[in-house]
Design a protein around this ligand. Sequence first.
Ligand code: GLC
Ligand code: CA
Length: 539
Amino acid sequence: MLDLTKEIIYQIYPRSFQDSNGDGIGDIQGIISRLDYLEMLGVSCLWLNPVYPSPGCDNGYDVADYKEIDPVFGNLQDMKKLIEEAEKRGMKIMLDMVFNHTSTEHGWFKRALSGEKKYQDYYFFKAPAPGGGPPTNWKSKFGGTCWEYVPNLGLYYLHLFDKGQADLNWENPQVRKEIMEVLDFWLELGVKGFRFDVINLISKRAFEDDSDGDGRSYYTDGPKVEQYLKEIRAHIGEDILTVGELSSVSAERCAAYTKPENRELSMAFHFHHLKVDYPDGEKWRLMPFDFNHLRETLHEWDMKMQEKGGWSALFFNCHDQPRSLSRFGNDRRYQARWAKLLASLTLTRRGTPYIYQGEEIGMTNAGFECLDDYRDVESLNSYQILRDNGLSEEETLQILAARSRDNARTPMQWRREGGFTEGEPWISENQNKRTVNVEDSLKDPESVFHFYRELIRLRKSSDAIQKGRIEMIRMDNDSIYAYKRSYGDEEIVCLHNFTENKLPIRRDFKDHQVLLSSCEKPDQTCLSPCECRILKKTA
Ligand code: GLC
Ligand code: CA
């Protein structure tokens, strides 16, 4: 039986994890060669970003064939082998399903373009607006309009993301049937989980101009998302783990999608805590993050999900976010401690934790200084938009260095020399590989890596952490993020010092037993700079 409270998921960005043949691109054989490392870490499931054939305009999120492996990553045999080898080590494989859109190179879209009505109905082809121009004023998530004109059809098609990613029309039962077949295909191969990309965008409400926004209210959490999710769940059954990526969702809706009784998703990614450094919700403007805002956001979501019976995917890093250590911690000073503090916040809250490749060794933003280093379509488009808005080259590059998704996509740092590839990596490595790497981490008992292992072990041994209630603890000092997890008689207290100063701890915790601390010798009366400490209440 699937038990979400026991899962710990590790996200692999295959392109940057391990290259096995020297072409500079990570691949499935590379992942297989690192399974012992992942087993040692103690995770239960590996989620892989898309590995399907794709022209690559959005690094594989533009899928041209849902039932194949892109030759740069290997083939179906390799995938089968990966599933078997992972299973031998007690880990399941979760694949990324990108069903809001297909690549415009997908066979369905090509047939649509060649005029086949049946396949045009797989997508949203619309006539120009009455006065000409795009059918609505909505904006693409990657900048510009989300409609692309096809001259020989005299129609526009919808793409909420890049123009190489055409939105699928889920209203069409034939589309849903195709999707079920794709799921069956991977289930048969032995896949045990699915991550559904931007899944709350699949049901479009109406095609009208948005008078006060970018269009998102017309397609976010649309009227039929829940019905479609129920269909999927009924089809794949209860033992398959699913996680939905939810864009701009409310806590109420998020809980509804993930409550067990509703039989929709096992859990969901939500992003409000990763917008606390966006001034007025704007990603491409810099602002330091506000600790209180971060804590209150996390807390509010933890409480609402608990009250309403939903289940969260807990994460601070993924392939779409700059590295959290550079963002919410400090990548120059006390690095290891900050990384451990963020690890504790990920692994001791209520939900299923996700570890993104490299965070377990404290990888940081690459902070590229030159435009040529960037690969990501969103970053490149944003560069252009910022420049067009009058920002200087220098200002623009500074923003990219902090905000680009490529910060999370640099190669995994296995050794001082890199160890990711024998060839030229598809994207530059972070130069701190000499000090931040797996090889050194394994040797150092105080490393971030070993702290993750300890935390994972602790989590597995504690009902309170895995499935207990969560409750905020108000501290005298406002810079400590503290909460309690409890189940039956077991009570665990988690303290996180979000400053680089020593801070006193409340008296009533002094008798608690220290289960884990990010400092070698925790001081009974004080938290050290950016220390996290996990305590257990004794009788
Ligand atoms: C999700 C993916 C992201 C991709 C987008 C479009 O947000 O995580 O990488 O660009 O969907 O598929
Ligand atoms: Ca390769």
